[in-house]
Design a protein around this ligand. Structure first.
Ligand code: SF4
Length: 385
């Protein structure tokens, strides 16, 4: 449900957003009960991620979508432009009012979605908890509207301080723009006496920044961020990718192209990373700092050196398809971000009918039997439950 090693992280969240945490806890319990019964249905999801657009204005090299081995680069131009219309979104929001999922706005870059601010306002007017994941490049442009929109959380990707971030993202001036955006939002919050939106810095540990993670901790303090999370790098070996393709194809007759974007070697020396993590934990005060997944030292070593890594501190099965739904820019509903199996399309059916339709039930039954697919051990969702 909530793995023991994730409890400190959950506790930090609960302190800042107690009602949200309570709801999440309750929904997880319901999902877990359905999972145990195991015949395919699931309760209405705890969260829905709206993948608003494929488009992104950056080309970060480690990105699974637009990076060096990114899969979106091979998507046809017509498909790239596809976005759900405001009418379809309005209808979906009406459906959300019934079961009140926590909504995450994601992409591509969600701030490139045409009607993003009206969409945020409508989702908040429907009483939903709302989080946006952004590269931050357009934050300063949208800061006043975002600060006044009621959005609950903004998760912002940062790789390090100004020098490091701009070098890794190969985009001079990017860090300054992001910092200006964060500073505006935090100032507007102070002036209006509001606590939200929370600005959470998210850093993916990679070969270019892992020796200097402390630099980001200093940035988090300087920007007065509300939290800082370091994510272990998602990557896949050729061997695991091949196994994933084989097993998934056997079960569902489709490939796993989404995972192809993560085919690279990490280039991270755990003997350097482990003491660096300790140093960051020791030095940062006054702001919640997490490393996710919360692996111990042995697991970190294995994660970065053994392609067939298996965690011992987390459960071996994934609960995500019982708790999280993903709606894509063409209207398709899928169980996971990187798997192509489609439950249905919201342009044709209502969300909850799709969520507990035949294809969704089939997927859950098969996943429960198998516990996981080969690539699941590199999926961030796997370590949430
Ligand atoms: S762990 Fe596997 S089943 Fe679960 S969300 Fe990730 S890819 Fe999907």
């Amino acid at each position: 449900m909530i793995p023991r090693v994730n409890i400190p992280r959950f506790f930090h969240k609960a302190l800042r957003q107690p009602f949200y945490a309570l709801r999440v806890g309750w929904k997880r319990l319901e999902a877990y009960r359905c999972f145990i019964r195991g015949s395919g249905p699931a309760p209405a999801p705890e969260s829905v991620t709206l993948f608003l657009t494929h488009r992104c204005n950056l080309r970060c090299r480690m990105c699974g979508q637009w990076g060096e081995s990114g899969v979106t680069k091979h998507v046809l131009p017509a498909e790239l432009k596809e976005e759900l219309t405001p009418e379809v979104m309005d209808d979906l929001i009406e459906q959300f009012k019934i079961f009140k999922p926590n909504v995450t706005l994601f992409g591509g870059e969600p701030l490139l979605y045409g009607k993003i601010i009206p969409l945020i306002r409508k989702l908040k007017a429907a009483g939903l908890h709302l989080l946006m994941i952004t590269n931050g490049s357009l934050l300063s442009q949208y800061a006043p509207e975002l600060a006044g929109s009621g959005i609950d959380e903004i998760n912002l990707s940062l790789d390090g301080d100004e020098e490091l971030h701009d070098r890794i993202r190969e985009h001079p001036g990017l860090f300054r723009k992001i910092a200006e955006g964060v500073e505006s939002i935090q100032r507007l919050k102070r002036e209006s006496g509001k606590k939200k939106p929370l600005v959470n810095l998210q850093c993916t540990i990679n070969q270019w920044n892992y020796r200097q993670l402390e630099r980001l901790a200093a940035v988090a303090k300087a920007l007065d961020a509300d939290s800082l999370t370091f994510h272990h790098l998602i990557y896949l070996s050729e061997g695991v990718y091949r196994k994933q393709e084989e097993v998934f194809y056997d079960d569902f007759g489709c490939d796993s192209p989404g995972w192809k974007g993560f085919l690279f070697s990490p280039g991270i020396d755990p003997a350097v990373l482990i003491p660096k993590i300790r140093e960051v934990k020791r030095r940062v005060r006054g702001i919640p700092v997490d490393f996710y997944p919360a692996f111990g030292d042995k697991e970190i070593t294995e994660y970065y050196t053994n392609p067939d890594f298996r965690s011992r501190s987390y459960s071996a099965h994934c609960l995500s398809p019982w708790t999280c739904g993903y709606v894509f820019s063409d209207g398709s509903v899928k169980p996971c971000l990187n798997l192509p199996y489609v439950f249905g399309n919201i342009r044709e059916e209502r969300f909850l009918e799709i969520w507990n339709g035949e294809k969704a039930g089939n997927f859950r039954r098969r996943l429960k039997e198998r516990k996981n697919y080969p690539a699941c051990f590199r999926c961030t969702e796997f370590y949430r439950y």
